[in-house]
Structure formats: C-alpha cells, structure tokens
Design a protein around this ligand. Structure first.
Ligand SMILES: CSC[C@H]1O[C@@H](n2cnc3c(O)ncnc32)[C@H](O)[C@@H]1O
Ligand SMILES: [Zn+2]
Length: 434
C-alpha cells in the first residue's frame, strides 16, 4: 500500500493557466499528487496516513533549473570577472582537465545540497563523468535531465569516443532512479563542435528519440566567429544542421535578431535563460520580453556556480522580474507571476517533463516545496506571489519533496550529509590546485 500524506497550507495551484495562491491542501499518494483543493471533511482526512500542518507556509512547485554544470561548484570563486572565452580557455578548461570522478562527485554533491536547500527539485546538467553525476542525483533524491556535454576538439578518434560515451550514457541512464533521471544529447556549442560533428549528434538524437541541448548565441564574439567560420549566425547554422527539427533546448540565446526569435518560435525551441551568469560574464541581456511577446515560454537557469556564483533559482526568478523592467524601462514586461512560472512551469516544458512536474495538479509527480510566510519581510500577506518573487530569499524554503519523498524538512537535508559534503568539496578542490 502506498503511503498517503495530506498537507494543509497556502497553496499555489494552476487555475485556467493562472497560478493562484489560496488556503488549501495537497494530498499525495506514493509519488503522485491525488488531491489539490480545500481542506476536506474528517472522513476523507482519516484515509490519510500522515497529516502535515503547514500553517504559515506556502506550498509551490519545486524550482526547475534548466541549464548548468553542477560539478563546477568546486570552482566557485576561482576565476571571477573575466569574459566568457578567456574564462573558459585560460581558467576553466585547464582545471577541468584535472577533474576525476573524485572532483565530480564532490562538486555534484555540493551542488545537490545547495539546490535542495534553495528549493530546486529538478535540474539539467551538461558535463563529463556523468555516471558519477547520475549516482549522486539518485542518492540525493533529485530529479534531473542529464547529458554528457561534448567539446569536439582533438582527433577524429577522440570525437568518436566522446559521441559514443554520450550516447551510452543517455541510453543507460534514461528512466533511472525510478524515472527521475531523463537524458539528452549535447554537443557543447557550435564554436567547439564542427558542423559534421553536430550533425552526428542530431542523427543519434533522432534515432534514439532524445532531446538535444547546446550553448547558443551567448556572446557577440561567438556570433561573429560563427559568421566568420560558416557565413551564418548560430540560429541559422543550427537550423541547417537539423538541430531544431525535433526536441531542442538551447542555453543563453542572448544575441538574437527578430527573425531568429521567429525561427525559435516556429520550431518550438526551448530556451534556458541564465540572467546572473550572462551579467557576470558580461555577455549581455537576453531579449526575454520580445520572446514572451512572441509566445515563447523561456525557462530559467543558473549555469555553473563558477559563473554565477550560486545555484539559487529564486535569485534568477527575482532578477528576471527586475532586470528586464529596467532594461526596457517598462515595469510591465515581466510580471512577478511570469518570472515565477519561468522558474517552475516553463522549466518543466524546457526539459520536456511538463506531463510530470512543474505545476501542482492531480496526476502529476509530487515535487513541491514549502516556503515560510511568517517572516517580517513577508508581511502584510496580501500578495504571496509578489512576496515570493520580490521579498523572499532561499532560506525561506523550509521543506522540499520530490516524488512525494521528503529531501529536506524544516531546513534539514535528509538525503545528504551536509558536513561531510562541505569538507570533501574543499579537499577535492585542494587536490587539483597547487
Ligand atoms: C563539456 S561539459 C560543459 C562545459 O561547458 C563549460 N561552460 C561552463 N559555463 C559555460 C558557458 O557559460 N558557456 C559555455 N561553456 C560553458 C564548462 O566549463 C564545461 O567545460
Ligand atoms: Zn553552460
């Protein structure tokens, strides 16, 4: 028999495409939501095994972080204040070349802990040593879309080996961790993978019915380089390679023309907007208001903690609600509710998981968080969505559930050993830096 939990709180639900907060309750059976609504009578309540009283808390869908490199938390603060290409070529790639499973396990565990503590229930990771990332994800209890990111430099033989590794990983781990792990295929970027190589990823993705993921149009320099090398801007380049024919998610999409936005819309390409990372690397500000006007539903992401420097999705939600208003000199362009949807519902669409998570609805997986509404910064409580977006911080996240299983209760992480993970992260970093 599956355990039935009933949670009473202020609850954030979808009503006619609108996120609404109301006083209510969430019923969970096993890993699924079986009830959303008003508190039922005692007879119904008696059928539940556990009643959790969350008075003074809001329940909302867990945050969904749609692009990152979780093991890079090990390099947090290591090389700040550099532009993308110098940061990658002179600082990140030389150090990442020293990463073994030890560093990836330590960095991924550190990030899993940080994500749980800040309310993220699903994340995407593009990296190397992905078996280790998948093992840590399983242990942490998180949901993830995982892909072996491939940089196509080196010999034909090396490229072939990396593509095979990416495919094996994607097929071996798809549906693992009781369905919490899904996979994608991911050439790193058009500037690190030649067209023929990208085409091989596209063919494999179509053959295996897997989504594709890549970095695209992050900097002006990269767009110019693409024009110099191939005579095309990145969107048309990837379009010609068949990248957008089926399911595709691109990270960044900062530098787009009007017609490129049209192409992405026409092909239903999903976008991972990384506002903090784009600001920190001086890459620019993506045209989110124009995308929203067109009907694109961009999701939110942190990128790796080395270019952010944290994995706090609530910060991305808040910044998204603020920066585009300032840049457009128009406070109506990204309302609070839209920013919150970008961090939850649109995130589930970007990872092709919207039939499972992203909103609190009967039949979906029970991935949800609770947030404390009792602090002074959350009063008076007349607009909870406004408070969550503009006033709350990650330490207001109290409980985190994935598949109906508690990963954190009252800020205590139940699946990971916080002290050990912080200690091991420092040790693993010291082992690769002289
Ligand atoms: C091949 S694994 C992923 C690869 O991506 C690098 N990376 C981290 N942040 C960014 C970014 O903003 N743009 C492009 N590439 C990035 C990371 O260092 C790994 O090598
Ligand atoms: Zn990235």
């Amino acid at each position: 028999m599956l355990k039935k939990i009933f949670i009473k709180a202020e609850i954030l639900t979808m009503i006619d495409e609108q996120l609404m907060i109301s006083n209510g309750a969430l019923g969970v059976e096993g890993s699924q939501i079986i009830y959303v609504g008003e508190t039922p009578n005692q007879e119904v309540l008696d059928q539940y095994d556990e009643i959790v009283d969350c008075a003074g808390k809001a329940i909302l869908p867990g945050f969904i972080n749609t692009h990152g490199h979780v093991a890079m938390s090990l390099l947090r603060g290591y090389a700040d204040d550099l532009p993308l290409q110098r940061w990658l070529e002179e600082e990140m790639w030389p150090l990442e070349a020293r990463f073994t499973n030890i560093q990836v396990k330590a960095g991924t565990s550190l990030s899993a802990l940080e994500m749980i503590k800040s309310g993220t229930t699903t994340f995407l990771d593009m990296y190397d040593h992905m078996d280790t990332v998948a093992q840590v994800t399983t242990q942490a209890g998180l949901r993830a879309s995982l892909c072996r990111g491939v940089i196509g430099f080196g010999s034909d033989e090396l490229r072939k080996h990396k593509l095979n590794e990416a495919v094996s990983f994607a097929t071996d781990w798809s549906g693992a961790a009781e369905g919490r792990i899904t996979t994608m295929l991911s050439p790193h970027a058009p500037y690190t993978c030649e067209p023929d190589f990208i085409r091989q990823f596209v063919e494999k993705a179509h053959e295996l019915d897997l989504p594709l993921h890549t970095h695209m149009s992050e900097t002006v320099k990269e767009v110019q380089q693409n024009m110099d090398n191939y005579g095309l801007r990145p969107v048309e380049h990837l379009l010609n390679l068949g990248f957008f024919e089926k399911r595709a998610l691109v990270a960044h999409a900062v530098h787009l023309t009007d017609s490129e936005i049209d192409v992405l819309w026409e092909h239903d390409v999903k976008i991972a907007h990384n506002p903090v990372s784009n600001l920190k690397l001086g890459s620019g500000i993506a045209r989110i208001p124009d995308m929203l006007r067109k009907g694109i539903r961009p999701s939110l992401a942190t990128d790796g903690a080395a270019s952010n420097n944290n994995l706090d999705l609530l910060e991305e939600i808040r910044l998204t609600a603020l920066i585009h208003k300032g840049y457009a000199q128009d406070p109506e362009v990204v309302p609070a509710i839209t920013a919150l949807k970008m961090g939850t519902q649109y995130g589930s669409e970007a990872l092709f998981l919207d039939d499972q998570v992203g909103t609190l609805e009967v039949g979906k997986q029970a991935d949800f968080i609770t947030m404390d509404l009792t602090g002074p910064h959350m009063q008076p409580r007349h607009d909870v969505i406004s408070h969550i977006v503009y006033a709350a911080s990650r330490s207001d996240v109290l409980d985190v559930y994935v598949d109906g299983k508690a990963l954190m209760r009252n800020r205590e992480c139940l699946t990971l050993d916080e002290e050990r993970i912080c200690f091991e992260a420092t040790q693993a970093f010291k082992a690769i830096v002289k």
